[in-house]
Design a protein around this ligand. Structure first.
Ligand code: F1P
Length: 353
């Protein structure tokens, strides 16, 4: 297949990236999980910028849901500016960065080391400052990402964070985790199924091209909504927002009109009733719903939908639920005549003086 843009090519490479991670990275991630147990860390903090910060929020979600460790996610800059006193010596600080060279993230890592904290870097660049200076390092190994906007390195890092959290959980004797670890083996195939929805997504983009778009997600898919909104902002210069599903009722609901499209990520495992009630309310206010879901009732209730693979559950969904929204951003951008690989005012690595 010929690709006009790197972003398009890199979206399509995601099944391969997942396959590679699942084949080649599990042992390495497991070793880190073992170290985390052996060193008796009580907290894990995830730190990054932009898409890497949203990936950090997913890492933190998984640690809080599947282990008894305290966790939080912080943008690198906030960590440097406010130097949180609650971060104790028995903490592991995980730094995420595609480039491994983003100024704030490198500074945050150096500051953490100065405090005597243990550090793990997750990056797609094994020759970066982050990779070289952190105590532990995991290479995302997604192959070079040429587009300024992150796609395959974002989803690749999520899969690494999922495996890490599930492995820590297994070492802490969580019996239910084996089933989930088996499920993630299906992610390359699920990713392929979603990429095949490209034509459907293209049509939706054309039909709703002058709508205001808002993203909603819960749990591990809340950061996916944030990342979806960021993709649209970066590639298409659109004002858009993302909210936790029920937070939408606490103010943003006032914005809904007949030119609003609410993009809602709803895999099996979510609280179906809450989502359905909200969808009905938005429709009563003349808003339109685009559901990314595999729940029959939500498919029926929404204005339009993109089907998630039948069996996929919320707990493993975020590394693939981003795919339809990456394609949505890509087609919105080229529909407007922009270059999604080189958005205005942005650079691949943000360097500060
Ligand atoms: C972080 C980041 C990207 C964004 C843009 C600028 O980079 O904010 O998320 O898309 O390219 O940089 P990194 O620290 O992950 O390399």
């Amino acid at each position: 297949m010929d690709y006009e843009h790197f972003m398009h090519k890199e979206i399509f490479e995601q099944p391969e990236v997942f396959e590679k991670i699942l084949k080649e990275k599990k042992e390495e991630i497991n070793e880190i999980a073992e170290k985390i147990i052996k060193k008796k860390f009580n907290s894990i903090y995830f730190i990054g910028c932009g898409s890497s910060y949203y990936a950090s929020k997913i890492g933190s979600f998984y640690i809080s849901k599947y282990t008894n460790l305290y966790t939080n996610a912080l943008p690198s800059s906030e960590f440097i500016f406010y130097k949180p006193l609650y971060i104790k010596k028995d903490s592991l600080l995980v730094f995420l960065s595609r480039s491994g060279e983003t100024t704030e993230t490198v500074k945050a890592l150096r500051y953490a080391k100065k405090l005597g904290l243990e550090t793990l870097a997750i990056s797609n660049n094994p020759n970066s400052s982050l990779a070289k200076e952190a105590k532990y390092f995991i290479n995302i190994n997604a192959g070079e990402e040429k587009s300024v906007v992150m796609t395959k390195t974002f989803s690749g890092s999520i899969l690494i964070l999922q495996i890490l959290a599930f492995r820590i959980s297994m070492l802490k004797r969580n019996k239910n985790i084996k089933k989930i670890l088996k499920e993630i083996e299906k992610l390359p195939n699920y990713a392929k199924q979603l990429i095949e929805k490209e034509e459907e997504i293209k049509k939706i983009v054309n039909e709703y091209n002058n709508y205001k778009i808002i993203f909603l997600g819960s749990g591990p898919n809340y950061p996916i909504s944030l990342e979806s909104a960021l993709k649209l902002r970066e590639t298409s210069y659109l004002m858009t927002e993302a909210f936790h599903v029920l937070e939408f009722r606490h103010g943003p609901m006032a914005e809904v009109d007949e030119k609003t499209l609410i993009n809602i990520i709803a895999p099996k495992g979510i609280n179906k009733k809450i989502f359905l009630d909200l969808i009905k309310d938005i429709k009563n206010k003349n808003g339109k719903l685009l559901a990314i879901t595999n729940i029959k009732e939500i498919l029926e209730e929404s204005t339009i939908s993109i089907n998630l693979p039948e069996k996929i559950l919320e707990e493993i969904s975020p590394s693939i639920s981003i795919i339809p929204n990456q394609l949505f951003a890509y087609y919105t951008s080229i529909g407007k005549g922009y270059d999604p690989d080189n958005p205005r005012h942005l650079s691949k690595v943000v360097k500060l003086k």
